[in-house]
Design a protein around this ligand. Structure first.
Ligand code: HDE
Length: 705
């Protein structure tokens, strides 16, 4: 599918990491001085394998001696590396972090104190369950992994778009992942949790119920990576210059608000455009609508660790914002796409254990295990020297006596051991005099070695109830529909009934409805729902900072006879709002307007669908007559309406809406304007000048989907 043609001119920030990567970037077009072998010798013919021939009867066998041919084939044979064991499918982008509010009271980290710095970042978004080639819009958790290239070393926040996790102790990770990944006997299903192993496991693992509520909510079918919150999930610590320690959780809140697809859209998009999310990210960045998130922290002083009814080190729990408010401290912006997917997005490697001085770990047992696992997995994926790869290397000096191993890049002069007589590094004692060094916090520990969890870890349902109670009516219905959809995919009645029992621990109405839909036994009793709610859990709590069509993808439908002036006015208005515009015509070759002037659409109706857009607009003109009789166009409009999208119609195009939609229920506004923006929850009139804001209000409002 083509990208937006009308790109707004923009530039990315020239950060230290951008310059660092330039060292290893070649431009295959500009620097081409002719092809060479990998060892640098010029080659003349890379299309014909060297053959034995008698010069008369044509070529005979291909010769093994042909180094060029062997090299070409052999390099190709070894192009693949193991995909990530989870989060295999992902999309990345470069950007930067700006700190707006220094926090010396919590941490001495340079990156959290120096507001004059621009810290380069790389983010990789991902799905969890599917393989590298799976679809983007499946129901799944999304990875939200951020690498900060700070002046004090790389800091990775390897987060998700859901603030809690399925399990409390890292030792259970292989079990939950085996259960959710495709079944071992037939490798089914791809990119879905809708299968018996997953439900078998979670029905026997009550700690996963809170996360299940989030995964069955609309959070797991985001509209875009740009409209997701990011959460560090685990509890980390911050240490200030006085040696005081604070527990901390990290948050990223999108400027555009939190938005999701509707399930029908997500299902269709999986086939129509499996790359929907990565295409969307690229289109926004290339069009200058840079995705932005506020970076915020929640902080609990060490002395208050035990003041909560839940354990603040339990990754299956949030810290409700009513109890621990978020403190916004900065923003992250994505402004540059990778030049090449493999060396950047595929080879980027995150480690929760990569922190910077002033940031520390907690005893969160999920985090402790993660700190082992990420480094370990990079060894099998990328090899021991993975930190030297361009995308992974820090922008600050690296100096130590780690040596050798496969694919070592650096050449280090001097000794390879410490201590040495050359004094090649500052004496270790100095490290503790300055705050630019990692210091081990002198945490007191005591006790006996045992395999156990904290007592508060045993409560699993209060926050699952809190989340469910906090959803709007329509979000609750979506959650019930999602569970019913998933549990429709298997016949094991014992698993269904066990799940119903678990759901009854959250809410009886929820359990009863799912039981009825999924053919389970209606629950007789459950845990009483405490009825508490939080203001910060429903997606409706996260509208955009202000209504906007910025980066929203909008289709303009045209056929022969469209009104050129209306079309151009519309396009200009939408572009000035920084929307991403595609003109979709009855054919891709030239379509003639009523004035006789022709345009070339970007796409045609038959080759595209409304699902790829946030809104559809139709200028007036004679084309309406033919469009009203075109089944595909009617389907475009009805489908967009069904998916709660704004549809703008101008002049004669309002008649097209009347043919396609049940407009008798939708009253036009009183000023008798001949233009309308409609969607399933309202109609507003809109003349071209006010059209973008009308569209923004309806598109972004999300309403009662
Ligand atoms: Fe991960 N996770 N994870 N995870 N995770 C990986 O590391 C692991 C967990 C997350 O774009 C792997 O480099 C364990 C929570 C993201 O490259 C692996 C546990 C959260 C990514 C791994 C968890 C995440 C990964 C596979 C339980 C949200 C993709 C490839 C203790 C806070 C990073 C890799 C990217 C990837 C282990 C749980 C997020 C195997 C053992 C909780 C975003 O190391």
């Amino acid at each position: 599918m083509a990208q937006a043609v009308e790109a707004i001119k923009h530039t990315f920030l020239d950060t230290k990491k951008v310059r660092d990567l330039q060292r290893d970037t070649v431009d295959a077009v500009k620097t081409s001085t002719g092809m060479t072998t990998d060892h640098g010798t010029a080659v003349l013919d890379t299309d014909n394998w060297l053959k034995a021939t008698d010069g008369k009867s044509g070529p005979g066998p291909s010769l093994l001696e042909d180094e060029q041919a062997r090299q070409k084939i052999m390099r190709f044979d070894h192009e693949r590396i193991p995909e990530r064991v989870v989060h295999a499918r992902g999309a990345g982008a470069h950007g930067h972090f700006k700190l707006h509010k220094a926090i010396p009271e919590f941490s001495y980290a340079g990156v959290l104190n120096d507001t004059s710095r621009t810290t380069p970042i790389f983010i990789r978004f991902s799905t969890v369950q599917g393989s590298r080639g799976s679809a983007d819009t499946v129901r799944d958790v999304r990875g939200f992994a951020v690498k900060f290239y700070t002046d004090e070393g790389n800091w990775d926040i390897v987060g998700n778009n859901i603030p809690v996790f399925f399990i409390q102790d890292a030792i259970k990770f292989p079990d939950i992942i085996h259960a959710v990944k495709p079944e071992p006997q037939n490798e089914i299903p791809t990119g879905q949790s809708a299968h018996p192993s997953f439900y078998d496991f979670i029905s026997l693992t009550p700690e996963s119920m809170h996360m299940l509520m989030w995964v069955m909510s609309d959070r797991a079918i985001p509209r875009s990576y740009r409209t997701m919150q990011g959460f560090g999930v685990n509890t980390f610590t911050l240490v200030n210059k006085d040696g005081e320690r604070f527990f901390v959780k990290f948050h990223f809140d999108p400027e555009l608000g939190v938005h999701s697809l509707v399930w029908d859209e997500a299902l269709k998009l999986s086939g129509q455009d499996p790359d929907f999310h990565r295409r969307d990210l690229e289109a926004a960045i290339r069009n200058g609508a840079f995705p932005r998130w506020t970076f915020a922290i929640q902080v609990i002083p060490e002395a208050q660790e035990h003041d909560f009814e839940f354990d603040i080190l339990d990754a299956t729990k949030i810290w409700p914002e009513e109890l621990v408010p978020k403190i916004p401290i900065g923003e992250i912006v994505l402004d540059r796409m990778p030049d090449e997917y493999f060396p950047e997005t595929e080879q980027v490697a995150f480690c929760t254990s990569h922190i910077v001085p002033g940031v520390g770990f907690s005893d969160d047992p999920l985090l402790q295990g993660r700190n082992f696992s990420y480094f370990d997995t990079q060894l099998s994926r990328l090899g021991v020297n993975w930190q030297e790869l361009p995308i992974n290397r820090p922008i600050c000096p690296v100096m130590n006596f780690h040596r050798d191993g496969q694919m070592r890049h650096r050449i280090t002069k001097g000794p390879n051991y410490w201590p040495n007589r050359f004094g090649t590094v500052p004496p270790q004692a100095d490290a503790f005099k300055t705050q630019g060094f990692i210091q081990d916090y002198p945490q007191k520990i005591h006790g006996v070695k045992q395999r156990l969890r904290s007592i508060k870890f045993n409560e699993h349902f209060n926050q699952a109830q809190l989340f469910y109670n906090s959803l709007s009516k329509w979000e609750k219905q979506h959650l019930i529909d999602a569970l019913s959809f998933e549990m429709n995919k298997f016949d094991e009645g014992d698993i269904v009934d066990k799940m119903i029992d678990r759901l009854a621990q959250i809410d009886m109405e929820l359990a009863t409805q799912v039981a009825s839909n999924a053919g389970g036994t209606a629950p007789k009793s459950g845990k009483e729902n405490h009825g508490k709610m939080s203001k910060f859990l429903s997606q409706t709590a996260f509208p955009p900072a202000k209504p906007t069509i910025k980066s929203r993808k909008i289709a303009i439908l045209v056929g022969d006879g469209f009104d050129l002036a209306a079309y151009e006015g519309l396009k200009a208005a939408l572009l000035s709002g920084m929307a991403v515009i595609m003109t979709v015509g009855n054919r891709k070759s030239r379509v003639t307007s009523s004035s006789g002037k022709a345009i070339s659409p970007d796409l045609h109706f038959e080759g595209d669908r409304s699902t790829g857009y946030d809104a559809v607009v139709i200028p007036g003109g004679k084309h309406v007559e033919a469009l009203s009789k075109n089944g595909r166009v009617i389907h475009w409009i009805r489908e967009a309406f069904g998916h709660c999208k704004a549809i703008g119609a101008f002049g004669e195009a309002v008649d097209l809406l009347k043919v396609a939609l049940p407009l008798q229920q939708l009253q036009f506004a009183e000023d008798n304007s001949s233009d309308a923006v409609v969607c399933s929850y309202g109609v507003v009139t809109a003349r071209a000048y006010s059209f973008p804001s009308a569209l923004a209000d309806l598109t972004i409002g999300e309403g009662e989907k």
